[in-house]
Design a protein around this ligand. Structure first.
Ligand code: MLT
Length: 324
């Protein structure tokens, strides 16, 4: 009898998750954005999140959780209940560069998360305040080399894309500016527009409106080709810094152990969003690279995270930077 009751109990336990999986989602889903509202990660999350909400029939509710270059939020997401109701938008900083930047990082992006899918690739721009005394990248390089330690560089915390990509730039130029941390490149963009900081490296999706409005300067885009959203901004190759080639990406992750049927629903909703003309136009107008075909989905993201960790870890070690 006891064995029968145990078997029945186990069977009941097993059926509940299956029932929950097939009905998922039955309530709003929290999407943690590890940076302040208004920045690139927040922007791309809200663009696809609106469409995914319609597909899934439940609201994806963005929750901005800031701190430690996005690693605070990522640690919280890792520890969330793996039921599909808490997911996170991670990126090249939180789910790749942070492995090299934080020797005691509380999570391993390769093991502690379930990949859902890439949202968008986000090329990096070298940006400066409007009255920065350089008319092109060559003059910017000369000025930064001559005044490095007197200049203020904005970033979104150790572990962020802006921190990591300007770490690479500063290493190439051999300069050590004063680093000014913000809770995201939304707030740091405000400081750049206000002339309170001198320069920063940021994802193009955060800079297109400001560059088009002329409230900041964009010296170059760090990709082999110019970006259609900012066709007048030269590439770093054209502008004289060919070694500075870097791009970022934002992607959706769930905590380890989230059931596969739930992950599949989330991946399918993301895929549908990325194929929607309105969503695509909004992402492309901000300079994003939209993943197509095999670049979408869980396996592609898992492979991309591993490749990016393998890429950035030696770069960060060579720069001799470690978060305390
Ligand atoms: C943001 O959304 O603020 C950025 O992704 C922060 C960063 O990584 O630079």
């Amino acid at each position: 009898m006891k064995k029968l009751l145990l078997a029945l109990g186990a069977a009941l336990l097993a059926t509940v998750p299956a029932a929950a999986q097939s009905d998922y989602p039955t309530r709003p889903i929290t999407v943690i954005v590890p940076f302040a509202a208004g920045g690139p990660t927040d922007t791309v999350t809200r663009i696809v999140g609106e469409h995914m909400s319609r597909t899934l029939g439940q609201q994806l509710v963005v929750e901005n959780v800031v701190g430690a270059g996005g690693t605070t939020a990522s640690t919280r997401a890792m520890r969330a209940t793996p039921d599909g109701y808490t997911i996170i938008t991670g990126h090249m900083g939180t789910h790749a560069a942070s492995v090299g930047l934080y020797p005691k990082l509380a999570y391993d992006p390769r093991k502690d998360f379930e990949p859902i899918g890439l949202i968008a690739g986000t090329p990096i721009l070298i940006l400066a305040k409007k009255d920065f005394p350089a008319k092109d990248l060559k003059e910017f390089i000369a000025y930064v080399k001559a005044n490095g330690s007197k200049l203020n560089e904005a970033h979104a915390g150790v572990g962020s894309v802006s921190f990591t990509t300007c770490l690479l730039l500063n290493h190439l130029l051999g300069v050590k500016p004063t680093l000014i941390p913000f809770t995201g490149t939304g707030p740091s963009m405000n400081a750049l527009v206000a002339g309170q900081v001198d320069y920063m490296c940021d994802q193009i999706v955060n800079a297109v409106p400001q560059v088009q409005a002329g409230t900041i300067k964009a010296y170059a885009v760090a990709t082999p080709q110019r970006n259609p959203a900012l066709p007048d901004v030269p590439t770093t190759v054209e502008a004289g810094l060919p070694d500075y080639q870097t791009s970022a990406w934002n992607a959706l992750f769930a905590p380890k152990g989230t059931p596969k049927p739930i992950l599949d629903k989330l991946s399918a909703a993301l895929d549908k969003a990325l194929s929607d003309e309105t969503v695509r136009k909004r992402l492309l107008d901000l300079g994003s690279d939209i993943p197509e075909g095999k670049a979408r989905g869980q396996e592609a993201l898992a492979a991309h995270v591993k490749a990016e960790i393998d890429k950035w870890t030696p770069i960060i070690k060579a720069a001799g930077i470690e978060a305390k």
